[in-house]
Write a protein that binds this ligand. Structure first.
Ligand code: EPZ
Length: 425
């Protein structure tokens, strides 16, 4: 019988220190865009280190629904063969579940001359507009219109252009990069996102035969080509947000946890902040050791585009700081509504005051376990951390949000000594 992970709950018995080693999975936000980019390949693609999480399975289902052949030849390995033209539009029921399906816009438009994606509704962290995506694609020559919440894009051969992004949007950078690979001539993209997932996308596109230079800096230059071939055995980068979540959980439970299979450089913003709070962080070649003794100081955090502190670790840090003595400040500069977890943490005894983009956290001696509800993926992760720290038992509802982005979070935390389980409805 198929278990419905959207219902049920995650139950945590708090108060146990996390100790041991945990292996980090492939990056959700890299794998999602690489799968979209693979629809541009005229020959087979093999992606490795793809995380087994529900967001990936939804995107795989969308590709299958539009006639693209996708199989899992081995655990964590995805084989994609987009030889024929897709049958558009992808089914709304699936697209509305996954905002990242909007990353199909650039690839399908560039290769097949048309694309239809649903404007993914706002989610629980903000409105999530796509104006920067549309500005860039229109600059390349696309006609973009909206019809009943569906984005309809069409174009003949796209032409390279010089494009300045008003904001270094990750998704806009990715959609425009992918489309520009098949545009005629050169595209110069300025004020782009510099996240590691952007660099991973550029490396993958170049493996397909594209000519992308400058990813990871403020300016990306792309020489368009007529078509892209395939790419066998491309390895997705490790997930810096999953890694950061376990690092914060280790600090929060005053534990000692070694993370393996990471790229420490991608974790720098968090390492710096944890050290500032008094947590010991030791970086290895492809590992990080986090040790916390509870002698912590309050800190100030501002979320910013990479290499600033990542917004996707903001909720988790809020949970951690809720029992750090003193006053900590968080300023959320990326999304306008990413403090909903504060209300749930308050139910556990946290003292958090939200004023617009500023959250003021007054540390309390301990949180108390109770029933709480996840409102988005990272808020759910923050509640797991809070449950691990709290006295007593915490029940986290809407666990499906958490399973969207964390492969085997129950198994990984249990192997670190947590007393945690998923209870189906
Ligand atoms: C990506 O979302 C990630 N998702 C998000 O991770 C992450 O939080 C975000 O980047 C920021 O790092 C994926 O990669 C699948 P943005 P994206 O475009 O691309 C505004 C998670 O938990 N904006 O950089 O949607 C927007 O409103 C998810 O894994 C415009 O104004 O983020 C937001 O305020 C959550 N116009 C800001 O930019 C646009 O056209 C950042 O958005 C596009 C964005």
């Amino acid at each position: 019988m198929e278990i419905n992970y959207d219902t049920g709950k995650i139950v945590v018995a708090g108060g146990r220190r996390l100790t041991g080693t945990v292996r980090i999975s492939g990056a959700k936000n890299a794998a999602l865009v690489l799968i979209c980019a693979a629809t541009m390949a005229t020959e087979p693609v093999i992606l490795e280190n793809v995380p087994d999480i529900s967001d990936i399975h939804v995107l795989v289902q969308i590709l299958k629904e539009i006639g693209i052949e996708v199989t899992w030849p081995a655990e964590g390995t995805l084989a994609i063969s987009a030889t024929g033209a897709p049958q558009l539009p992808p089914p709304y029921q699936l697209v509305k579940k996954l905002r990242a399906s909007n990353l199909l816009l650039g690839p399908l438009l560039a290769r097949f001359g048309q694309a239809q994606v649903s404007l993914p509704g706002g989610c629980n962290i903000g409105v999530r507009p796509m104006d920067l995506h549309f500005k860039g694609l229109a600059a390349l020559g696309a006609e973009i219109r909206m019809e009943k919440g569906t984005v309809l894009a069409s174009a003949g051969r796209l032409r390279g252009a010089r494009i300045y992004l008003d904001f270094p949007s990750v998704g806009a950078t990715e959609n425009i990069m992918m489309a520009a690979c098949l545009a005629e001539g050169q595209t110069i993209l300025e004020n782009v996102a510099k996240e590691p997932e952007i660099v991973d996308l550029a490396n993958f596109l170049n493996c397909l035969g594209a000519r992308v230079r400058g990813a990871g800096t403020d300016v990306i230059k792309i020489e368009g080509t007529a078509q892209l071939k395939g790419c066998l055995r491309y390895n997705v980068i490790p997930d810096r947000i999953e890694a950061g979540t376990y690092m914060i959980a280790a600090a929060a439970t005053r534990g000692s946890v070694q993370l393996s299979g990471v790229i420490p450089r991608h974790l720098e913003p968090l390492c710096a902040k944890l050290r500032e709070a008094g947590v010991s962080v030791t970086e290895g070649e492809d590992s990080v050791l986090v040790q916390g003794d509870g002698n912590y100081q309050p800190i100030d955090i501002k979320t910013l585009p990479y290499p600033g502190f990542p917004t996707d670790l903001q909720s988790q840090m809020m949970a951690f700081l809720s029992t750090v003595p003193g006053i900590s400040l968080i300023t959320e500069n990326i999304f306008e509504n990413r403090y909903r977890v504060a209300d749930e943490l308050a139910r556990m005894g946290a003292r958090i005051k939200v004023e617009g983009r500023l959250a003021v956290i007054e540390g309390v001696p301990a949180l108390q376990g109770t029933q709480v509800r996840a409102s988005d993926l990272r808020a759910g992760a923050a509640l797991v951390i809070a449950g691990l720290m709290a006295q007593g038992r915490t029940e986290i509802y809407n666990p499906g949000y958490i399973f969207r982005g964390y492969h085997d979070i129950i198994g990984k935390l249990s192997s670190l000594g947590a007393e945690i389980a998923f209870q189906a409805e």
